[in-house]
Design a protein around this ligand. Structure first.
Ligand SMILES: *Cc1c(COP(=O)(O)O)cnc(C)c1O
Length: 451
């Protein structure tokens, strides 16, 4: 029997040459700074997606605001804008500083996608956007809608009957299914969500209560996606939301950047050559953090530094970028089990599209143990009163990882400017987690802290 090869090399050969891979396989926390990062201008050469694609997505979300405001009352005050708060977390920063026994210069903020309306996670950006885009295309194509209409018209028996002739399907670890399911069902589509084994029961129950067809698998995310894709391919009326390759999802996420820019302006936070912005984004398959980071690079160019955070048991994007094999490698190839409590991050094989798009723009990836996510979860609750789910805390140690990466800071010319930096932990989910489940998360964190 021959040993299976990974990109032409045996596992032993990979490990012999690479201390970083040995750490990954040993499930140690690592911080990797990307040697392929180039100035923004260079990174954009030959790039197919540009500002105008993101502007197009933003304009589409604008058109849908009257509809969103009408069917999701929690968005009414914001006029149908699906957006989350940005807030300082100084007490959490002090606690982190004590835990890491080092000064953590700069201003630490949390972007609370945990509190996004409709589905309570970052997926309320990309997932809802893609559902809306599909609905718009169908309605425009059938001559039922024009771009200048008041889209609240879509909330009618006539439109729901029209959309019920079509199906939407998606494979998900839970949160994307929640967004697509809630939005799709509201519009009138027949929706199937193919859920991986790690998806939580409450998400399946919630979706079923909205008439969504939930298909459960005993396997992980990649297989749930593959099955969903296969079943949809046989049905011409079915639109498959392809989390691993979707440009639409990516652009829906990217719109977050211009909204963040506005919030920074409102809060008087300057981003320029002397005031860098550093953003820490939890990464699953890559579309969410990739889209947000791409949008941020378009606006802030070389003045923003984006890092992804992954569980030590699911470092898919890090493996894909580091080996250069992207979706040609999985964590399982390296004997890593892809089992984590961090919802949305249990992804063994990264998006090749996102890896290739981001490889010259991303500053790095770091990994975090589940136990530490729980610890940060409890600390965030105690210091700032914010109740988040474990994955939302994956970015929490980012400021400490960056602060001690002296070589990288020097290389990027950031040493002098770190005290002026704004650091944003992108908190990706939590507000829809049922109370008893949240209580368990919190207690797990407290006991790990020894409290
Ligand atoms: C999906 C998800 C992510 C990561 O998004 P990807 O597009 O899968 O990389 C992060 N946090 C939460 C809570 C999520 O649901």
């Amino acid at each position: 029997m021959s040993t299976p090869l990974i990109g032409g090399k045996t596992l032993q050969e990979w490990l012999a040459d690479n201390p970083l891979l040995r750490d990954l396989v040993s499930l140690n926390e690592v911080s990797w700074f990307n040697p392929a990062t180039v100035p923004f201008k260079l990174a954009m050469q030959g790039m197919e997606l540009t500002d105008s694609d993101v502007a197009d997505a933003a304009a589409r979300l604008e058109r849908f605001r009257p509809y969103i405001a009408k069917v999701f009352p929690e968005t009414r005050n914001a006029g149908g804008l699906i957006e989350s708060p940005l807030q300082d977390v100084p007490a959490f920063q002090r606690t982190l500083s004590e835990r890491f026994s080092r000064g953590l210069p700069g201003r630490l903020l949390a972007k609370l996608d945990s509190h996004l309306p409709i589905s309570g996670s970052i997926k309320a950006r990309g997932g809802i956007y893609e559902g809306l885009k599909h609905a718009e295309e169908l309605a425009l194509g059938a001559g039922l809608l024009t771009l200048t209409d008041d889209y609240s018209r879509l909330d009618s028996k006539e439109f729901r009957a029209f959309f019920s002739r079509y199906a939407i399907a998606v494979g998900s670890t839970g949160n994307l299914g929640l967004s697509i399911g809630i939005m799709g069902a509201q519009l009138g589509f027949r929706v199937s969500v193919h859920m991986s084994a790690d998806a939580r029961q409450w998400k399946k129950d919630l979706l079923r209560s909205k008439g969504v067809n939930v298909v459960e698998y005993a396997s992980d995310y990649s297989l749930a996606v593959a099955e969903g894709r296969k079943q949809s391919a046989g049905d011409p009326s079915c639109y498959f939301v392809d989390d691993e390759n979707s440009v639409n999802l990516f652009l829906g996420y990217a719109v977050a950047a211009q909204r963040l820019k506005q919030q920074l302006d409102e809060q008087g936070i300057v981003v320029d050559a002397e005031h860098p912005l550093v953003v820490y984004l939890p990464c699953g398959v890559g579309g969410g953090p990739g889209g947000v980071a791409f949008g941020l690079k378009l606006i802030f160019k070389d003045q923003v530094h984006c890092l992804f955070a992954e569980p030590t048991h699911s470092p898919a994007m890090l493996l894909g970028l580091y080996t250069g094999l992207h979706d040609g490698v999985s964590v399982q190839d390296f004997g890593i089990d892809n089992i984590t409590d961090a919802d949305g991050l249990a992804v063994g094989r990264p998006s090749g599209f996102v890896g290739r798009t981001m490889h010259g723009m991303l500053d790095g990836v770091f990994t975090v143990q589940d136990e530490n996510m729980y610890r940060y979860l409890a600390l965030m609750a105690d210091t700032e009163g914010l109740r988040l789910e474990p994955s939302a805390l994956a970015g929490a140690p980012g400021i400490a990882r960056v602060s001690r990466a002296q070589d990288w800071l020097k290389e990027r010319g950031l040493v002098e400017n770190m005290p002026n930096a704004a650091h944003i932990i992108w908190c990706t989910g939590g507000s829809m987690v049922p109370q008893p489940e949240m209580e368990n998360y919190y207690r797990t964190g407290k006991s790990l802290l020894g409290d």
